[in-house]
Design a binder for this molecule. Structure first.
Ligand code: GAR
Length: 191
């Protein structure tokens, strides 16, 4: 059984999709820690519902990014985490976390990277008049939404309803994230 951590800052629909896949046996893994930088975020409630251990913190209570990342690394190490999955974690990962987990940390982003990096990718692509939308999963490096791409899935959308578009993106994200994690874990098993 592989040991995963999921990081999130908001709603947590991707977190829950990963947890469900573990519970249902689609993934031969367990989410052993959920890390959240926003006390009160929806993801905290979802973690409680599924009985997932959490580390929820307020960055402003720490002197620096390095300080809270040291605490995160200690908790990841203590939980024996093999793969860190960022799922709407809206912070740039710093040197401390990257130093410990580079190559073992992936992120999901709601655009076809390298287009539309950052926190408002869906709105920006929509306003730009994009006709083919998509989702990217990539390794995490020091750049915002940078790092080598592992998987992408595209779909055409020419409608005018951003709410509908967001729902379509989430519907692509959840299975793509689960499938990609599954592939990475299988590759790890072969080594
Ligand atoms: C997802 O759409 C994810 O791709 C995006 O945040 C959303 C989180 O939704 N991430 C980024 O924009 C990263 N730059 P969720 O909390 O419901 O999983």
């Amino acid at each position: 059984m592989h040991r995963l951590a999921v990081f999130a800052s908001g709603n947590g629909s991707n977190f829950e999709a990963i947890v469900r896949a573990c519970e249902e046996g689609t993934l031969c893994a367990e989410v052993v820690l959920m890390v959240c930088d926003k006390p009160g975020a929806g993801v905290v409630e979802r973690a409680a519902r599924h009985g997932v251990a959490t580390f929820v913190f307020s960055p402003k209570e720490y002197g620096s990014k390095a300080d809270y990342e040291r605490e995160i690394v200690a908790r990841l190490d203590a939980a024996g985490v093999e793969l860190v999955c960022l799922a709407g974690y809206m912070r740039i990962v710093g040197d401390v976390l990257l130093g410990a987990y580079a190559g073992r940390m992936i992120n999901i982003h709601p655009s076809l990277l390298p287009a539309f990096r950052g926190a408002h990718a869906i709105e920006q692509a929509f306003e730009y008049g994009v006709k083919v939308f998509g989702v990217t999963i990539h390794y995490v490096d020091a750049e915002l939404d940078g790092g080598r791409i592992i998987a992408q899935r595209a779909f055409p959308y020419e409608g005018h309803d951003i709410g509908e578009l967001e729902s379509k993106i989430h519907a692509v994200e959840h299975p793509l994230y689960v499938e990609t994690i599954g592939k990475l874990l299988k590759e790890k098993d072969k080594k």
